[in-house]
Design a protein around this ligand. Structure first.
Ligand code: HEC
Ligand SMILES: [Cu+2]
Length: 482
């Protein structure tokens, strides 16, 4: 009697196991059998934008036309690089499909390009992910097609030898395969993809930089960035949301070498589609995005402010560029976050490159003194967004009780030399700005005289201040104490 029961139990388990196995097989089989009726041309977008959601549309023949362009772009202020791109951007154009689509993919290699290329899409079931069928010389195009069998977020990249070099130059992007019925709707969706870059010059060295093969082999990255360049997601380029909205980030990592510890400072991911697959994890602080892999993260934004996207291998964020911003506007929610800020903020030197406080040695000057006001404003704005923004805020409005305003500041406008001195030397102790008392700490900013002149000129010529044009000579005079 007892024996029989045990036997029956085992049988149930066996049947169950067999069942769940064949479920999977069946699913894939079913995807292969989904028939396509009409034809449509895929919408392709450059980062940080993504095409419209698939929703409930039926599987179709989806035409994707992708053009490869080799072109010079900005890596960081003053530094350029020749990027090899899918669709003109790094990462390449975002492709959005659904399971069962029959994708007809045409890869064209612009006649001005110097090299042959191809594409390996991780969403493809087939040899090389399409690489061999798509190998194309400059001035030619190749067409191949594939059926999307597995839902998920997939990386695509060039796989032409030397593969590492093609990827290191920016040849990667994301293709999303939505499940039947589409992903659940959210309010905001964005495309963020990390990549590491290897240049002959060190990080920040100006001019056109060449690819450095040895550094790439040594995995010694000069730049680690989101969306192809330093600052592609900061300041005016920040992605945005309103309090109460749900945000979905399609996060990829092109590599070629580094694994990303993707984190958003001040947020917790409510949902993570782990490794870009359909399995969901919840309540995650940092998710690992492998080189050649992806993840979908979702969260609701509950309080306003600037949320910083980083690779939490944190020197990459503050010293190599892997830093982006999500700006959330809306009403405060004091029960969730009190907003009290006195001392001990997390980003004392702002969102830019962080260095040791310098020991008084003069930085080498590259810029000339006779810049136009316009040039100074442009450079000053950059410096402001990198150095002062975190405390004094985007519009110079400051933060009540913690950081005084620079906008329409009576303190600033009253005495230019005193203001220059504050930026050069830092400031502690009580000061009164526009009738409010502040008693806090501004750390000394390690900027060259030229940079101080530019950033001061920028703040004096913004936000209703008195339009003083601060010169480098004036800064040097304050520095020397005369
Ligand atoms: C770490 C936060 C922080 C950063 C970064 C920072 N400041 Fe300040 N700043 C302060 C604080 C705090 C005070 C007030 C100090 C006090 O209470 O004694 C201040 C005061 C000032 C003042 C005088 C008061 C006023 O409102 O007019 C000026 C001018 C100023 N900062 C300019 C700058 C500039 C320009 C930069 C960037 C190059 C910068 N600050 C970066 C925190 C910061
Ligand atoms: Cu290539």
């Amino acid at each position: 009697m007892k024996k029989n029961k045990i036997f029956a139990g085992i049988l149930v388990i066996l049947v169950f196991m067999l069942n769940s196995c064949s479920d999977k097989e069946e699913k894939k089989q079913n995807s292969a059998e989904i028939s396509v009726s009409q034809e449509m041309t895929a919408e392709l977008t450059a980062p940080p934008n993504v095409p419209r959601p698939i929703g409930r549309r039926k599987a179709k023949k989806l035409i994707v036309d992708m053009e490869i362009l080799e072109k010079e772009g900005t890596m960081t202020d003053g530094t350029t690089y020749v990027y090899w791109t899918f669709g003109g951007s790094v990462p390449g154009s975002f492709i959005r499909t659904r399971v069962g689509d029959e994708v007809e993919f045409t890869l064209s290699n612009h006649p001005d390009n110097k090299l042959p290329h191809n594409i390996d899409l991780h969403a493809v079931t087939g040899p090389g992910g399409g690489a061999t069928s798509s190998f194309v010389a400059p001035g030619h195009e190749k067409t191949f097609s594939f059926k999307t069998l597995n839902p998920g977020l997939y990386v695509y990249h060039c796989a032409t030898a030397p593969v590492g070099m093609h990827i290191a130059n920016g040849m990667y992007g994301l293709i999303l395969v939505e499940p039947e019925g589409g992903l659940p709707p959210v309010d905001k969706e964005y495309y963020v993809m990390q990549g590491d870059f290897y240049t002959k010059g060190e990080n920040g060295e100006p001019g056109l930089q060449q690819f450095d093969m040895q550094k790439a082999v040594d995995e010694d990255a000069d730049y680690v960035v989101f969306n192809g360049s330093v600052g592609s997601l900061t300041g005016d380029n920040a992605i945005t949301a309103n309090v109460g909205e749900t945000v979905r980030l399609f996060v990829g990592n092109g590599g070629p070498n580094l694994v990303s510890s993707f984190h958003v400072i001040g947020e917790i991911f409510d949902n993570v589609y782990m490794e870009g697959g359909m399995k969901m994890n919840h309540d995650v602080q940092t998710t690992l995005v492998p080189a050649g892999g992806a993840a979908i993260v979702e969260f609701r934004v509950d309080v306003p402010g600037t949320f910083i996207l980083v690779d939490h291998s944190i020197f990459r964020a503050f010293n190599k560029g892997a830093l982006g911003m999500l700006k959330v506007t809306g009403d405060e929610a004091k029960t969730i976050y009190s907003g009290t800020k006195q001392e001990g903020i997390y980003l004392p030197e702002g969102g830019g490159i962080q260095t040791m406080p310098d020991d008084g040695k003069v930085k080498t000057e590259t810029a000339s003194t006779d810049k136009t006001l316009e040039e100074k404003m442009e450079s000053g704005k950059q410096i402001y967004m990198n150095t002062c923004f975190a405390c004094h805020q985007a519009e110079g409005q400051g933060i009540p009780k913690a950081f005084p305003p620079l906008a329409k500041s009576d303190y600033l406008n009253a005495d230019v030399n005193r203001a220059i001195g504050i930026v050069l030397n830092g400031k502690t102790g009580e000061i009164t700005v526009n009738g409010e008392v502040y008693n806090s700490v501004m750390t000394r900013q390690s900027l060259s005289a030229d940079e101080v002149a530019d950033v001061m000129t920028y703040i004096y010529n913004s936000w209703d201040n008195n339009k003083t044009n601060v010169t480098k000579a004036q800064v040097e005079q304050v520095k020397s104490g005369h």
